[in-house]
Design a protein around this ligand. Structure first.
Ligand code: NAD
Length: 479
């Protein structure tokens, strides 16, 4: 199968192609066009040309098209989720039941929202001030590989709904479902040039896109290293940066421990541990630490690893051999740093043998739990982005807050306690863009999604998406 760029409503062949590989079976899924400056220039030019008409299209008309696109995605959930699972290794239970349906929701939600954009008024005795929210222009949308389809739609939906045009670049490791999104967008009635898709590598296709002078805004989701690089090369553009994380999952002795255990397991092992908001630093109060660690490891040992197309699989393959090597390097590092490995590890006996034959050469890693982790160890400080949990003991509330914040990242956070006051105090004190109290990560599309510190800048979701996709203008009328 060949996957081409989508530029100005047409499929455009690449001058070169790269392979996208199924991380479970290692089979080549498709040859994908590898774009560079020429394709980026053509796509940005198409988006620029399409902008005035699309921006002037009544929001109710844009909303109809967005709604139609949401319906088409909803209709094709089984097909899209199977492609997504094959391309990026996320389990079918996640893609089919959560991630792809949520992509449809993104279009439905922003279809509604774009018809309700209103301004603010600031009357004074001499002037009436009011605000207008204009679309920005051509936006560069850049997505990572971990939940590619959902992330792409999280960007495309508000971008287009608010009247902007887009050039979308997916990760070179998981480009397939976005190609389908391009087809469905045309079928839904998105005019040619409004949504363009250039495939390719970060430095070759991504860099000319983010530094292009006609691109007015960048919505980027990816690693902190790349985010920093983009900010430096982008020049004066609006941007939102959704970057890496190493989020604290704080469990106090007075928590509902059964629920906390379920949520802690989910937040580090679902999505293969390849989740930006993973609760990867599990801070547990000293008095319950040993008991919790034993139960946590017991549960981790029972997690099904294997074919991501099997509905029972919880942890599928890592996206690539390079990423597998990175995750394994941290599993190797843990004991050297003094952590105790409660389960998992590099050479799980019988592990490869237990895998079905067709996925025997997949990029699998066994869910690994480290106890006695010091928060300053590298396994606790660096984003592993795999099914590796670090259990860190803490003394009291002050110690929990100090450890939670002693990290360069600040994306999400989780607090478990039955003490209402403590819950609010910790939620206020933790340095993170999001805090979930007695809950795993639950998305409401109105909430501001994003992080602080090295986890990024800017928020998206609900009216927060105005930050990147709308240009506010103040109009002051003399009375
Ligand atoms: P990455 O930074 O390597 O790549 C992300 C995207 O940027 C890819 O499309 C890549 O091709 C492109 N890119 C690379 N170099 C570029 C450049 N110089 N200019 C423009 N584009 C460039 O990240 P990844 O490995 O694909 O994704 C994993 C990372 O994403 C993790 O750190 C994870 O935490 C983060 N992430 C964050 C969120 C969030 O919402 N905060 C969500 C998902 C993933």
């Amino acid at each position: 199968m060949k996957i081409d760029h989508l530029i100005n409503g047409k499929s455009v062949a690449g001058s070169d192609y790269f392979e996208t590989i199924n991380p479970a079976t290692q089979e080549v899924l498709a040859e994908v066009a590898s774009g560079g400056e020429a394709e980026v220039n053509a796509a940005v030019a198409a988006a620029k040309a399409a902008f005035p008409k699309w921006a002037a299209t009544p929001a109710t008309e844009r909303a109809k098209i967005m709604r139609k696109l949401g319906e088409l995605i909803a209709k094709h959930v089984p097909e899209i989720s199977e492609t997504e699972t094959k391309d990026c290794g996320q389990t079918i239970s996640q893609t089919g039941k959560q991630l792809v349906p949520r992509a449809a929701d993104n279009f439905h939600y922003f279809a509604e929202m774009c018809t309700r954009v209103d301004g603010h008024t600031y009357p004074t005795p001499t002037h009436l001030n009011y605000t207008l929210f204009h679309p920005v222009g051509v936006c560069a949308l850049i997505s990572p590989w971990n939940v590619p389809f959902m992330t792409a739609t999280w960007k495309v939906a508000p971008c287009l709904a608010f009247g902007n045009t887009a050039v979308l670049k997916m990760s070179e490791l998981s480009p397939l479902t976005a190609a389908r999104l391009g087809e469905l967008a045309l079928e839904a009635g998105v005019p040619a040039g409004v949504l363009n898709l250039v495939h390719g590598y970060g430095k070759v296709a991504g860099e000319p896109l983010v530094s292009h002078r006609d691109v007015r805004a960048i919505s980027f989701t990816g690693s902190t290293v790349t985010g920093n690089r983009i900010v430096q090369s982008a020049g004066l553009k609006k941007f939102s940066m959704e970057l890496g994380g190493k989020s604290p999952f704080v469990i106090f002795e007075d928590a509902d421990l059964d629920r906390a255990l379920d949520a802690a397991i989910f937040m580090i092992f679902s999505n293969n541990g390849e989740r930006c908001t993973a609760g990867s630093r599990i801070l547990v109060q000293q008095s319950i630490y040993a008991d919790f660690a034993a139960k946590f490891a017991e549960r981790a040992k029972r997690i099904t690893v294997g074919d991501p197309l099997d509905d029972k699989t919880i942890v599928g393959p890592m996206i690539s051999k390079a990423h597998l090597a990175k995750v394994r390097s941290y599993i190797e590092l843990g004991p050297k740093e003094g952590a105790t490995m409660l389960c998992g590890g590099l050479d799980q006996p019988g592990y490869a043998a237990d895998l079905p034959a067709h996925v025997k050469h997949g990029n699998f890693v066994w869910p690994t739990v480290f106890a006695d982790v010091d928060n300053r160890m590298r396994i606790a400080q660096e984003e592993i982005f795999g099914p590796v949990a670090c259990l860190i003991p803490f003394r009291d509330e002050a110690d929990a807050i100090e450890k939670a914040n002693d990290i360069e990242y600040g994306l999400s956070s989780y607090v478990w306690t039955e003490n209402l006051g403590k819950a609010h105090r910790v939620a206020a004190a933790v340095e993170a863009g999001m805090c979930f109290v007695n809950s795993q990560n639950v998305r409401d599309l109105r909430q501001p999604f994003g992080g602080t510190k090295a986890s990024g800048t800017g928020r998206e979701g609900g009216t927060w998406s105005y930050e990147v996709f709308c240009e506010p203008k103040n109009v002051a009328v003399s009375m």
